[in-house]
Design a protein around this ligand. Structure first.
Ligand code: COA
Length: 256
């Protein structure tokens, strides 16, 4: 049987997604099973549950297509590199994309502009005060729909906030953003350094112990819903007090 908008919306409610909240989505469309109507149906189902009082956010990253040799990001045309759902979402009615050459976010809903404004002034993906940080400040939740915690972009930001000194390149790359009116804005960027993200997934048992993650199924997809504020606060403590290189290996602290 095809997975419908109603099945997805019911599954999300059962998982604990609430009207009015901020939801940052990482997704695998295929993981749901055959979705009637494709990515638009998943997006509509999430919007049904959040209502226009809520805010749906997705990464629309371009880190691997915008770099020193290809420095220009066009907010209107640069494809998102993190899945079909995100690529569909970024051009839908009511959706805006932030002006960041490598780590743009697209958003819909009540807090869309409040979250996204000014990303072009950041010289890295997610410093304090950036759209990513605002999601955490407003206690947004991160939904991993059929995909692993290794896709947790917010953790790169948490490392910036700690700060983990070598998580960013010392020099900037001279990148550019083309905005919705075709204006070119210089946007020099410190890039992520090292291969840390492959170890983000080890945090699952800690998130459970901290009470900031619930798991469940939506359609055929295994899902995890994470409170970004608790996740960030507790992870910052670990980075500062236990091991600033927490994400360069697969070990966890004995007690956390
Ligand atoms: C990499 C990733 C996107 C792959 O997931 P995926 O489900 O294979 O790919 P997409 O979500 O892009 O959806 C496209 C797939 O859905 C399939 N599809 C198309 N229509 C569909 C429908 N109606 N119902 C179900 N699946 C459908 C496509 O055929 C394609 O599968 P294929 O490549 O095997 O042909 C996912 O595993 C992931 O990691 N997501 C998170 C990414 C992220 O946020 N990263 C941020 C940090 S880097």
């Amino acid at each position: 049987m095809d997975v419908t908008r109603t099945i997805i919306a019911d599954g999300l409610r059962q998982l604990g997604v609430r009207p009015g909240e901020i939801l940052l989505l990482h997704s695998s469309l295929k993981s749901l099973g055959r979705v009637e109507g494709g990515p638009q149906t998943l997006i509509a189902a999430i919007q049904d549950v959040l209502t226009p009082d809520g805010t749906l956010v997705m990464p629309t990253l371009t880190w691997d297509t915008v770099h020193a040799k290809q420095p220009r990001f066009d907010v209107r045309t640069s494809p998102s590199r993190v899945g079909l759902v995100t690529e569909t979402f970024r051009t839908m009615p009511g959706v805006r994309r932030s002006l960041h050459p490598t780590h743009s976010l697209a958003a819909w809903g009540r807090l869309r502009d409040e979250l996204l404004d000014g990303h072009e002034t950041c010289t890295s993906a997610g410093p304090l005060g950036s759209p990513y940080h605002r999601i955490v400040e407003r206690r947004g939740r991160i939904l991993f729909l059929g995909c692993r915690l290794s896709s947790n972009t917010m953790m790169h930001c948490v490392e910036e906030w700690a700060p983990v000194p070598d998580s960013l390149t010392a020099d900037t790359e001279p990148l550019e953003v083309v905005d919705y009116d075709g204006r070119i804005i210089p946007s020099p960027q410190h890039r992520h350094a090292g291969a840390r993200s492959r170890h983000y997934a080890k945090m699952a048992p800690l998130f459970e112990a901290w009470g900031c993650m619930v798991s469940g199924r939506v359609g055929e997809a295994d899902c995890r819903l994470v409170d970004s504020a608790i996740m960030a606060e507790r992870t910052l403590r670990l980075l500062r007090e236990w091991d600033r290189d927490l994400f360069t290996h697969d070990r966890l602290p004995p007690t956390a």
